[in-house]
Design a protein around this ligand. Structure first.
Ligand code: DX5
Ligand code: ZN
Length: 218
C-alpha cells in the first residue's frame, strides 16, 4: 500500500504536539522533516535539536530530508536525534557512495533526493546502497508550490530501473502532491507521497479522509 508522509514544513509549530498527533490519527505512515540551511536552498528551517523534540512526540518513522550543504557533517547528529531515514541531495555530494555508506553504518535507511532538473546518471553506481529515492516535483525550499508535470517521466524511469534490476528501494514523490494528482503519481510508480500544504491546510477532522483519498489508486 502507498505510504503517506505529511511534511511538517506546513504545520503550525506553535502547536507541534497537536499537529503530530493529527498525523498519527490520520493514519499517515511517516513524518517528513524538511531540513534547510539557507545555502543549498533559499530558506532555513530547523536542525537536530528540533528533530529530537519531534522524536519524543511520536513513534512514527522520521524521514530527515536534508536540503543542506555538507550533509556528511551532520549525519551523526540527525541520527542521534532519532531520524530513521536520512535523505541527502545528489547535488550536494562529491562522494555520494561514501555518504550513503555512512548513513547505513549509522543504522539509518539511506535516501537520495534529486532536484527537478537533475538526471539519473548517478543511480546505477549507488543502487545497492539506496533505500529510498526522493524525487522533487517542485524546486526545494518552500511548501505550497505547484507540482512540475515534467518530473513524471523521471519517476517512471526510476521505477523502470528498479524493476529491470530487481531492486527494492522506495520511490517517494515530494512537492505539490494533492488529491488531484495523487492517482497519477502512484500510477508512475511512487510508493510514498509527501504532502505538506495539502495535509496541513486540511481541517484536523478531515485529515484521516484526506489520507485515504491520497491513497486513491489502492
Ligand atoms: C520542499 C519540501 C517539501 C515540501 C512539500 O522543499 O521538500 O517536502 O514541504 O510541501 P508541499 O506538499 O506543500 O509541496
Ligand atoms: Zn521534503
Amino acid at each position: 500500500m502507498v505510504k503517506i508522509a505529511p511534511s511538517l514544513l506546513s504545520a503550525d509549530f506553535t502547536r507541534l504536539a497537536e499537529e503530530i498527533r493529527s498525523i498519527e490519527e490520520s493514519g499517515a505512515d511517516i513524518v517528513h522533516l524538511d531540513i534547510m540551511d539557507g545555502h543549498f536552498v533559499p530558506n532555513i528551517t530547523f536542525g537536530p535539536f528540533i528533530v529530537k523534540q519531534i522524536r519524543n512526540l511520536t513513534e512514527l518513522p522520521l524521514d530527515a530530508h536534508l536540503m543542506i550543504e555538507n550533509p556528511g557533517q551532520y549525519l551523526q547528529a540527525f541520527r542521534d536525534a532519532g531520524s530513521d531515514w536520512i535523505t541527502v541531495h545528489v547535488e550536494t555530494e562529491r562522494h555520494l557512495h561514501r555518504t550513503l555508506q555512512q548513513i547505513k553504518a549509522l543504522g539509518a535507511k539511506a535516501g537520495v533526493s534529486l532536484n527537478p532538473h537533475t538526471g539519473l546518471d548517478w543511480m546505477a553506481s549507488v543502487a545497492d546502497l539506496m533505500d529510498l529515492v526522493l524525487v522533487m516535483t517542485v524546486n526545494p525550499g518552500f511548501g505550497a508550490q505547484k507540482y512540475i508535470p515534467a518530473a513524471a517521466a523521471k519517476i517512471r524511469d526510476i521505477a523502470a530501473f528498479r524493476a529491470k534490476h530487481t531492486l527494492s528501494f522506495d520511490i517517494s514523490v515530494d512537492g505539490g502532491v494533492n488529491e488531484q494528482n495523487a492517482r497519477e503519481i502512484i500510477g508512475l510508480g511512487a510508493d510514498i507521497l509527501v504532502a505538506g500544504s495539502a495535509f496541513f491546510s486540511c481541517p484536523v477532522a478531515e485529515r484521516p479522509m484526506l489520507v485515504r483519498k491520497l491513497r486513491v489508486a489502492q
